[in-house]
Design a protein around this ligand. Structure first.
Ligand code: ADP
Length: 446
């Protein structure tokens, strides 16, 4: 097992990784920008190293500074968290070249899954159902027209190197196709440095359902069931639940098994999430994330498995601590992403938190780096807290979540707590009757 892990991240996820390390008896090194020197992850870590000024490009994405920090502190592994460098194959290679263990998959697997076209073709070959679409990047307009006719409008143009829900264009009819492809290509080049775009069928009313997996790199892959992440605004997840109100255990077992079989033949290592759209009883692969996911706690609550602990153990060479037969799903869990944003029009709301009082009690988990007096910074993501609630049934979970949201005090800045309070009282949501467009409509019409 490792002696010391450097956590190449900030905020709640740096804290989450720190906690798993402590429970394994591992010392931690925090890295931080000059703006984050008072952050909770820095305060709790055994050691900390300042790696640069506030802009992420100069600190949390600064590979030489992070490698230097790991070297001078003698860290034997790096956990990247999510976002920042977590899906950067180059970073994973550089870490390993410095004889430091990267707590994640191989660089090859990161690169494969980071390329949306290559990953889609690969998983298709391995038996995972994919969204009907072009097999490769769009090469010319004539072929694109032919392809769009075959798939049927509406279609979606997506960037091969895309991420974070950016760079997607819906095309409703033939006359819009050429312009949309050009626009998407230019945007993709600017945003991701790669202008390749592809097309797929635009599914009208799907749910976003994803399967959590853990692989040991030797061919064993276990799934931990699904999360329903259909509640999205601008393709960003807002609230997630496990299990999905739309699945039964047979459907879950089948898609879980298909996913595990495919990833087992790849010898996938690390936690990972395979994302699907689910419509008309069918699953359609959209992408795989080769890292810890923001919403992993709902899975931990229903399975009782500490996913970060497992990532660390596997990276140190251990086998997975459980087999598929050991996994049971208990009760229901919901996570609310609480952002420092105005709840009506979602403008960023950075600033000083004057009073902070998180909810507690049975079945309530809060993953957050906030404290009274902490200043939410304008430089980074607006996610400031994840409120995760677990109960024996979905109804009890909703009652508990309502009570926990009422208890939650974050004064001094605006947050999306009131939005969550509205969502969970809505009849459609209570009935589990929603899809990926539901939240956008809800926000526009309330
Ligand atoms: P990103 O990596 O940018 O997050 P994804 O491929 O994961 O992109 O898609 C993000 C979201 O966009 C999905 O959760 C879904 O809401 C929507 N989406 C993606 N592909 C399709 C599709 N073919 N039809 C309808 N919606 C889609």
């Amino acid at each position: 097992m490792f002696d010391k892990i450097l956590i190449a991240n900030r905020g709640e996820i740096a804290l989450r990784v720190h906690r798993a390390c402590k429970e394994l008896g591992i010392r931690t090194v925090a890295v931080h920008s000059t703006a984050d020197s008072d952050a909770m992850h820095v305060r709790l870590a055994d050691e900390s190293v300042c790696i640069g000024p506030p802009p992420a490009n100069e600190s949390y994405l600064n590979i030489p500074a992070i490698i230097t920090a790991a070297t001078v502190t003698n860290a034997d592994a790096i956990h990247p968290g999510y976002g920042f460098l977590s899906e950067n194959a180059n970073f994973a290679s550089i870490v390993e070249e410095h004889d430091i263990c990267f707590i994640g998959p191989t660089a090859d697997h990161i690169a494969l899954m980071g390329d949306k076209i290559a990953s889609k073709n690969k998983v298709d070959e391995l038996g995972i159902p994919v969204v009907p679409g072009s097999e490769g990047a769009i090469e010319n307009i004539k072929d694109a027209h032919a392809m769009a006719e075959e798939i049927g409008y509406p279609i979606l143009i997506k960037a091969s190197a895309g991420g974070g829900g950016r760079g997607m264009k819906i095309v409703h009819k033939k006359s819009e196709l050429e312009g949309s492809i050009k626009e998407a290509g230019t945007e993709a080049l600017t945003a991701f440095g790669n202008g390749a775009v592809y097309m797929e069928k635009f599914l009208q009313n799907p749910r976003h359902i994803e399967i959590q997996v853990i692989g040991d790199g030797k061919g064993t892959v276990v799934h931990l069931g699904e999360r329903d992440c259909s509640l999205q605004r601008r393709h960003q997840k807002i609230l997630e639940e496990a299990g999905s109100p739309a699945l039964n255990s047979n459907v879950r077992d089948n898609i879980g098994e298909t996913t595990c079989n495919a990833l087992s033949s790849l010898h996938y290592r690390n936690a990972g999430t395979v994302e699907f759209l689910y419509e008309g009883g069918e699953f359609y692969f959209i992408e795989m994330n080769t890292r810890l996911q923001v919403e992993h706690p709902v899975t931990e609550m229903v399975t009782g498995i500490d996913i970060v602990r497992e990532q660390i153990k596997i990276a140190s060479g251990s086998d997975i601590s459980f087999s598929q037969n050991d996994i049971t799903f208990n009760g229901h869990a919901i996570e609310c992403r609480i952002n420092a944003e105005t709840p009506i029009d979602f403008r960023p709301s950075p600033g000083k938190v004057s009073t902070y009082h998180p909810p507690g009690g049975i079945g309530v988990r809060v993953d957050s780096g906030l404290y009274s007096g902490y200043s939410v910074l304008p430089h980074y993501d607006s996610l400031i807290s994840k409120l995760v609630v677990h109960a024996t049934s979905r109804n009890e979970c909703l009652m508990r979540l309502n009570r926990a949201l009422e208890e939650y005090v974050i004064n001094g800045i605006e947050t999306t707590i009131p939005l969550h309070q509205e969502i969970i009282k809505n009849r459609d949501f209570v009935n589990g009757d929603y899809n990926i467009h539901w939240l956008e409509n809800f926000v526009e019409t309330r």
